[in-house]
Design a protein around this ligand. Structure first.
Ligand code: X8Z
Ligand code: ZN
Length: 579
């Protein structure tokens, strides 16, 4: 039994800890917001300093917490103490010089990434990532595609040296807190031993791999028809620059080219939104309206005045989309360089999912103001997006009439090009980083190992050999910005699990891809009940509250895509499958 004195010692420690970290966390977010929306050497220094202070306090308090007599802790306090050590994705060594160097290095890497530009063939001006991504999505000229691809990937060269230093310093920090390395620290956030988590991820991948491989074979054959045998091999990996996306992580830009020949033209959300002169704010209003239809309160007024929705013309910013709750209560914002496209329509839903989650857990104590695990955070907005069905678009007046069931296969193919193509990428980024942090990948083989994993899991390859002067992982935002990535792999499984459960809540009997929870207060209540728990409980409890299941399951995803899988298998008869 905890004694009265020791209990009050623990309670007092946690009260002090939570109030100090809340204060430092707000300060760090404020500095980071200013940096991300106005990159200069000064804002970089201020953001790095504020982050350093938050890290230093976290380390100090986490170390202090080891002195609390374990028997003095209630279950809730024990969970808080455990989460304290895991609350940040970056831990610096306690030596102030090393800590300052580390946060400065990370901030600088993010800046280098955000400032990346390339002048494409035939252009006069340097073009940013969004412009280069447009070329990747729209051009069919392999020369222009390769140029835009390689031009952007050159950004990694300027990040490589910083990255090696960061790995070393971050590992030293993680070890001070008792983790083997930073990767092990990241894997420890899932209410199970880090090694079990790695196995869990492999289990999920094995369940969905056959679907990916089938999609890959179909896409490779169709690309070979489009670009010719000189450009696309019959059996080998697909050249990375032909898949419509800078990282080949989503192939949705290929939709118009890959739709089954006899099909009705797919709904072109980009054209619809542009024809209606939808503004960036209008895009966000659509997403907000969906959440309101579930019974959630509207975003606060300050959201609309403080968010950054467009790329400013007069300064450098971090364009990669993100959602913030600066005061950890109701200062919700998004930061995004919105373009009026179907893709960004979904990204806006993704971001608001974060904001509504943040607000739902704002009543929790500081250390529980987080998602059940990080895959949950990434899954909420995407779950809502799965309800953006043709019937939904008809209901809100964006299209006149939803196509009948004969268009379903196109819809599923389109969804798969986005969601199924993503799965191995979602897996690879941190499979690679885990090995970098553990030392299994050495600094002189950063690029070769990156491509070995990309080929193994994604079945893609660079069109020309990439040597070790390059750093292609650094050309993906989350690597220079130190954002763990396995969360997105998990989210791509979880969102279908959530969607399937919510379809059950609204009593939907049709196929999963036609279910939309739009307007269902009951679905909203069930979702909110899970979100409000924050990280106060084991994530299995949160999962169970919504789905009745205590394991992450690919069943929802497989059920959703079952008709497509059957169709792909048919299409792939007599066609080489695998690489
Ligand atoms: O980074 C994001 C979001 C912000 S959390 C826009 N995503 C990943 C990416 O862009 O690589 C969403 C999907 C995967
Ligand atoms: Zn996100």
């Amino acid at each position: 039994m905890p004694t009265a004195t020791s209990t009050s010692q623990a309670t007092e420690f946690l009260r002090r800890t939570e109030s100090r970290l809340l204060e430092l966390s707000i300060e760090s977010q404020q500095a980071s917001w200013v940096y991300s929306t106005f990159i200069t050497s000064d804002t970089e220094a201020l953001a790095a300093k504020a982050y350093s202070r938050l890290i230093a306090a976290t380390v100090e308090l986490a170390k202090e917490s080891t002195g609390l007599p374990p028997e003095s802790l209630s279950d809730v306090d024990r969970r808080k103490v455990r989460l304290l050590r895991l609350s940040l994705p970056l831990i610096a060594p306690s030596d102030p010089a090393a800590s300052g160097e580390l946060t400065q290095t990370v901030t600088q890497m993010e800046g280098t990434y955000s400032r990346g530009r390339h002048t494409p063939i035939g252009a006069r001006e340097p073009v940013d990532l969004q412009g280069l991504s447009r070329i990747l999505a729209e051009s069919r000229d392999p020369v222009l595609l390769e140029d835009a691809w390689a031009g952007w990937h050159a950004v990694g060269r300027g990040i490589r040296k910083d990255f090696v230093r960061y790995v070393d310093l971050a590992n030293r920090g993680a070890r001070e807190l008792g983790f083997e390395d930073t990767g092990a620290m990241w894997r420890s956030k899932y209410d199970m031993p880090p090694a079990s988590f790695a196995r869990e991820v492999d289990r999920l991948w094995e369940e969905v791999r056959p679907l990916y491989v089938a999609l890959h074979a179909y896409v490779r054959r169709r690309l070979r028809e489009i670009y010719g045998a000189d450009h696309v091999p019959e059996r080998g990996p697909i050249p990375a620059h032909l898949l419509g996306n800078m990282w080949a992580q989503s192939w949705e830009a290929l939709t118009p080219r890959l739709a089954p020949p006899r099909s009705t033209p797919p709904i072109d959300l980009t054209r619809i939104l542009q024809d209606r002169h939808t503004t960036a704010e209008g895009m966000v209003r659509y997403a907000e309206a969906f959440f309101i239809s579930l019974g959630l309160p509207p975003l606060p007024e300050s959201f609309w005045t403080r968010s950054m929705l467009l790329r400013p013309k007069d300064r450098e910013v971090v364009c990669h989309a993100s959602a913030w709750d600066v005061d950890l209560v109701e200062d919700l914002r998004i930061k995004m360089c919105i373009e009026i496209t179907g893709e960004d329509f979904h990204t806006v839903h993704h971001e608001l999912g974060h904001n509504f989650y943040q607000r739902a857990y704002a009543n929790q104590p500081y250390l529980f103001r987080d998602s059940a695990h990080d895959g949950f955070h990434e899954a909420v907005g995407d779950t809502i997006s799965l309800s953006v069905t043709p019937e939904y678009l008809e209901r809100i007046g964006l299209i006149e009439r939803a196509p009948d069931a004969s268009g379903d296969l196109d819809l599923l193919l389109f969804r798969a090009l986005e969601k199924i193509a993503f799965l191995p990428f979602g897996l690879v980024v941190d499979k690679w980083r885990w090995e970098v942090f553990s030392g299994a990948i050495r600094p002189e083989e950063l690029n070769a190992s990156w491509w070995a994993l990309r080929e193994r899991y994604q079945g893609i390859a660079p069109v020309r050999a990439r040597d070790e002067t390059e750093f292609d992982a650094g050309a993906k935002y989350h690597v220079p910005a130190n954002v763990p990535y396995m969360r997105y792999f998990l989210a791509h499984i979880l969102q279908f699990q959530f969607h399937r459960a919510l379809a059950g809540v609204i009593g939907s009997v049709g196929p999963l891809h036609r279910a939309s929870i739009y307007g269902s207060k009951e679905a909203g209540r069930r979702l909110l009940a899970m979100l409000e728990m924050g990280s106060s409980r084991d994530w299995r409890d949160a999962l169970e509250s919504l789905t009745g299941e205590r394991r992450m399951e690919a069943r929802g995803l497989l059920e959703y895509f079952a008709p497509l899988k059957a169709w792909l298998d048919q299409q792939n008869q007599g066609v080489p499958v695998g690489w």
